[in-house]
Ligand binder design. Structure first.
Ligand SMILES: NC(=O)C1=CN([C@@H]2O[C@H](COP(=O)(O)OP(=O)(O)OC[C@H]3O[C@@H](n4cnc5c(N)ncnc54)[C@H](O)[C@@H]3O)[C@@H](O)[C@H]2O)C=CC1
Ligand SMILES: O=C(O)CCC(=O)C(=O)O
Length: 529
């Protein structure tokens, strides 16, 4: 198999190149390519992986051209420059490095706080201009001041820690911060209104979402303490920049330090030019240490996925370690095939699917297996579904997906059962993986069978009556269809029976209709795996 190929289209630390090479991945390092979307679109089709920072915009248009792409790796935290739904729909894993630059970014926020408190950038410019304006720059002391953190996740928590070291009082607004975690961090958890009213300095550390966009709106800014200073090292769009400019002009806000802007690159911005504004060009993560961390980490993660199937820090798929991947692989194939079996037999609207794991398989990454089962189930109905997109596609269509795990009970070390509930009926199909690593179907609607999945199959459910097998085989023989394997199951003599038959080549048109006329046949379906 040829080595997977990765394109690095942003200015990642060259340390990443070495890691890719060491791990058997071919790498093409074009640090400025991300800014040229036409060239990127022209060549992206050649690559299995794309490693980026924030300059490359992975839009749906780029993804349409990315026919071989399996993984996008963001050397950093925010993945807002990637169209995640479009990547997911194409089965492309999107991974980031959630911790590699957190300390550095928190340090930038603290540096911005000092820059504001002591007007360091303006004092520097004035001094170097030969002005020696000793009386112009009167700062404020940080000790004893209240810092209000909006978003107390990885970076917010580090900022809280450093601020406490500076003897600040720290309050935080974060709906997802538990009281226990707040206690651990030594921060006081408050509502947004209270934070706005009490904070001397506000620093933002949330992602940009529909809830956080303009979290510091004109109205919110009006509720802040007079003389407040505001720092944004998270994402542009969290603060209404026009309203903030007005609040700076009126003197209500004493200063603002921004690393991120509503439009980037920010070549112009409402905040620019105000004497109490400090700006940096999205430098939060820009230290040698952080860049080396994120580059090494993303190269390791992407290589592990491309060469071993291991998934770490994916934003659109559950994690799978390199050790788990080979054990999981045959079960992913099994789950997908069981789902596909059920999907091919489903003729009415799907309401829900339940995937039950019994025995050893119950201890594996069942979320990944469930995604595979749902992908298999939906694929006969929808062309554009894959293991990555299946859960969101099911959700969009109102199909309930349930997962259950059970202790081993029965003949198999591991058993996976896919139960599909449609508008008309409930149907279950179970399978296992034998020691040869091949998935096997062992139960259909409660009837035991032992069949492999083959490219071309016929499934028949019938009444268990003498003569059926002879007529069935003759019908196929007359149509020139060769039977490769034949698996039978029944509940009791003369009761319900099933046949799962592997045939060589396509089933010619008309044959199924003839099978359907054999006395006792209830259903005859072609299956493809
Ligand atoms: N300036 C730069 O170069 C960098 C910026 N960042 C950005 O910093 C931000 C924070 O990153 P992390 O701390 O790693 O993320 P995180 O996910 O660890 O923390 C985000 C926190 O925001 C909270 N949050 C979510 N919605 C909220 C809401 N409506 N109100 C209040 N809090 C809310 C979450 O509960 C979470 O605790 C991200 O937007 C990231 O992209 C990260 C690295 C570098
Ligand atoms: O790569 C960069 O410089 C930006 C980092 C960033 O914004 C992030 O990691 O979310």
């Amino acid at each position: 198999m040829p080595a997977p190929r990765v394109l690095i289209s942003d200015a990642l630390s060259p340390a990443a190149v070495q890691i890719f090479k060491e791990r058997g991945v071919e790498v093409d390092f074009q640090p400025d390519l991300g800014k040229d979307k036409d060239r990127l679109a022209a060549i992206i089709g050649q690559y299995d992986g794309l490693a980026i920072r924030s300059a490359t915009k992975v839009t749906s248009k780029i993804l349409e051209r990315a026919s071989a792409l399996k993984v996008i790796g963001r050397a950093g935290i925010g993945v807002d420059n990637v169209d995640i739904p479009a990547a997911t729909a194409r089965g492309v894993i999107v991974m980031n490095t959630p911790f590699g630059n957190s300390i550095t970014t928190a340090e930038h926020a603290i540096a911005m706080m000092f820059a504001l408190a002591r007007e360091i950038p303006a004092a520097d410019a004035s001094t170097q201009a030969g002005k020696w304006e000793k009386n112009r720059f009167m700062g404020v002391e940080i000790t004893g001041k209240t810092l209000g953190i909006i978003g107390c996740g990885n970076i917010g928590a580090i900022v809280a820690d450093r601020a406490q070291g500076l003897h600040m009082r720290v309050i935080a607004f974060d709906p997802f911060l538990s009281p226990e975690r707040a206690l651990d961090l030594g921060v006081e958890k408050v509502e947004l209104d209270e934070l706005l009213a009490r904070a001397d300095i506000i620093t933002l550390h949330t992602p940009l979402t529909e809830k956080t966009r303009n979290i510091l709106s004109a109205e919110a800014l009006a509720r802040t303490k007079k003389g407040v200073r505001i720092i944004n090292c998270a994402r542009g769009g969290l603060v209404d920049e026009v309203a903030l400019r007005a609040a700076l002009e009126s003197g209500h806000v004493a200063g603002a330090a921004f690393d991120v802007f509503s439009t980037e690159p920010a070549l112009e911005n409402p905040l620019f030019g105000h004497p109490h504004v400090v700006c940096t060009p999205h430098l939060g993560a820009a230290t040698t240490e952080a860049q080396e961390n994120v580059a090494l980490q993303i190269a390791e993660q992407m290589s592990d996925y491309l060469t071993k199937g291991a998934i770490q820090n994916a934003v659109n798929f559950p994690s799978i370690t390199a050790e788990e991947a080979p054990r999981l692989k045959p079960f992913i194939a099994l789950a997908e095939k069981l789902g596909s079996f059920a999907g091919q037999l489903t003729e009415t609207g799907l309401k829900s699917v339940r995937v039950t794991y019994q025995g050893e398989v119950a201890g594996m990454k069942t979320k990944a297996l469930t995604s595979a089962a749902v992908a298999g189930l939906l694929r006969p109905m929808l062309a554009e579904v894959n293991v990555v997109s299946a859960p969101s596609v099911a959700k969009e269509r109102g199909i309930v997906v349930e997962e259950m795990t059970r202790e081993q009970d029965g003949d198999y070390d591991s058993l996976v059962t896919v139960t599909v509930v449609t508008e008309k009926q409930e149907r279950s199909v179970s399978g296992t993986v034998f020691a040869d690593g091949k998935p096997r179907i062992v139960d259909i609607k409660g009837l035991k069978v032992d069949g492999e999945f083959a490219p071309s199959m016929i499934y028949v459910s019938n009444e268990d009556k003498p003569g059926f097998i002879g007529r069935f085989a003759t019908t196929l023989g007359d149509a020139g269809v060769n039977i490769a394997t034949f698996a039978l199951g029944r509940d009791r003599p003369g009761g319900s029976a099933i046949a799962l038959v592997e045939v060589d080549g396509e089933v010619p048109p008309g044959v199924l209709a003839r099978i359907q006329t054999i006395p006792g046949v209830k259903q005859a379906k072609p299956l493809r795996f």
